[in-house]
Design a protein around this ligand. Sequence first.
Ligand code: G6P
Length: 373
Amino acid sequence: SAAEKGGYDYFMMKEIKEQPNALSTCIGSRVHDGEITLDKLRLSDERIKNIGRIHMVACGSAWHAAMVGKYVIEELTRIPVEVDLASEFRYRRPILSRNDLCITISQSGETADTLAALREAKANDVHVLSIVNAVGSSIARESDDVLYTMAGPEIAVATTKGYTTQLAVIYLIALKFAQIRQTIRPEVFQSLLADLQKLPEQLESIFADEDKIRQLAKDHQSTGTELVRNNVFIIGRGIDYGASLESSLKLKEISYVHSEAYAAGELKHGTISLIEPGTLVIAVATQDLLYEKLISNVKEVKARGAHVIAIVKEGCTDAETVADTVLYIPKTADLFTSTLTVVPMQLFAYYTAIELGCDVDKPRNLAKSVTVE
Ligand code: G6P
């Protein structure tokens, strides 16, 4: 009913709008007086100091969270991180050592492949720490440690608050491990912690662009435009590539518009042949180190006729000289931008689906939780 949907037409929009609260519960309950408390982890500080390798294993959007997580955890803790799709991990005889840590990620806590991967890790005496939303679910029960995302029930098949809270838990883990392993200076820890605590409010501020994004989705679909409507490319580098994967999936899942996330540096090795006049390219460029490179990639696709929407940090106004439309996200640490960049894309996917008359909450052929192989 409308009441269940909080007055919105679809659960997905209700859940998009719940993200600031969900994030503030997830982060706020674990940060006090400049310190992070990761619930009651069985994993001791001694073991954290000795972790040799981290294996992050998940499916779907949770796997996308892991793709971003690899960059964040490696950068802060200097622990090598491998990211695996659960359905691949369980059948490829992964190389596991006792001082490795396995992090499985699952909104529902019931995904069959992720559960099987968890069991595989445990059978090899690897400690399993899970990031789960559904309290008391199978993955939560069978893990050695659980960090709940505390997002509350998620009904829409396409995940929104589930994903952004998974990222938040990953940031907390990375910061805590980095502190324990002394791989970041105390003042860097404090400044990142301050940025982390600002994310809920910053995410909220992106909703001010909702009308603009709705119009973009409309313009992209309207007949009579010169735009190619059924094929979108989302490009980024580093963490922005990780976030592009999730943004691309949102669009595909609910609007059935084909889109592909591409590491921008790889464009010239294949995808650029698909760029024709009017192809929509969404460029995510939030990383200082890679910003100029991304702008060059935008120029390359523009030269082939692409229509470009750029997502950049506040202040990067020179993007306006190369892109057709620029969407800004508030300034945060480069490591944390994915939490914000994905939001305009959730809205873009939502309004594209609405424009095309799709059932946003129940996309064809998809299930919220996949409990069979
Ligand atoms: C299904 C859902 C996806 C989800 C994936 C993993 O395919 O449609 O939205 O990302 O499962 O689900 P989990 O509950 O393990 O996060």
